[in-house]
Write a protein that binds this ligand. Structure first.
Ligand SMILES: Cc1cc2nc3c(=O)[nH]c(=O)nc-3n(C[C@H](O)[C@H](O)[C@H](O)COP(=O)(O)O)c2cc1C
Length: 244
């Protein structure tokens, strides 16, 4: 049984797939979850925030630490220095988080965990959102060209979070939306949808990912690699933090 520190950042790309993979990991290992502020928001938008409790079920080394509740110094990441974890997995890792780690910045709960893991020579596995060109699913939104501005809007009335507003064309406040999807079947014109977007790669992100790789971080290419990487010997084969 491995003791896994799992860092979640605000990436929609690979988020649902990472959660799915971590369910599998949690069935056989202990998973302690560290969530960046943006990670918390994006998890909520995709309706995945509550699912974390099925992965980190409470009890020692199976807690959920939200950056929004962890002050500015993130005391709980100190466990990485104390040898409490066998590894840190960051999945998904936004381009923001990858860039910060590449530059040695540690001002979020996840970048701070990475810095401490590196200093303590704890293996770090990273699943960047921006390694490959991908099609990603956005959170729910109102298509303004399809919305007919009905006088009584059933999705607006039914939304448990009160996230839909407007008197004419409606919109969804993503800071309130929890991705439950109640609204979806209620709009008679089908104006609510989760659009798919093509996300192109940026050179800067690829360069930052290479910097991490050179520093000994294990770079995962897809969420499907997570269980094998966590439970297998992948990280042992890499020269963790040894190249500087
Ligand atoms: C719905 C949604 C999805 C996002 N998906 C990504 C993503 O896949 N990759 C990325 O780099 N940023 C993404 N972002 C932007 C990040 O959340 C934002 O840059 C944030 O500051 C990252 O902070 P963090 O790295 O501390 O989690 C997304 C934002 C939203 C609202």
């Amino acid at each position: 049984m491995r003791r896994v520190a799992w860092g979640i950042t605000g990436g929609g790309q690979y988020l649902a797939e990472s959660v799915k993979a971590m369910r599998e990991v949690a069935a056989r290992n202990r998973v302690c979850t560290f969530v960046s502020r943006a990670g918390e928001e994006v998890l909520r938008m995709y309706g995945l925030l509550d699912v974390l409790q099925e992965i980190s079920r409470g009890g020692y080394l199976e807690e959920i630490f939200l950056e929004s509740e962890s002050g500015r110094s993130f005391p709980m990441t100190g466990r990485l220095m104390l040898g409490r974890f066998d590894m840190l997995l960051i999945a998904p890792a936004t381009s923001n988080t990858v860039a910060k780690i590449a530059c040695g910045i540690s001002d979020t709960i996840v970048t701070n965990a990475a810095a401490l893991a590196e200093k303590a020579e704890v293996p770090v596995l990273v699943l960047p959102t921006d390694l490959r060109e991908v099609v990603t699913r956005a959170p729910y939104a109102v298509n303004r060209e399809v919305c007919r501005g009905c006088e009584i809007c059933p999705p607006q009335t039914a939304c448990p979070q009160g996230a839909i507003s407007g008197d004419d064309i409606r919109s969804i406040d993503l800071m309130l939306c929890d991705g439950c999807g109640t609204c979806l079947p209620l709009c008679s014109s089908g104006a609510i949808d989760a659009v798919r977007m093509n996300v192109r790669r940026r050179c800067i992100d690829l360069r930052n990912i290479e910097i991490l790789r050179e520093r000994g971080y294990v770079i995962l290419e897809s969420p499907e690699e997570i269980p094998e990487a966590v439970e297998g010997e992948v990280f042992k084969r890499n020269n963790m933090h040894g190249s500087e």
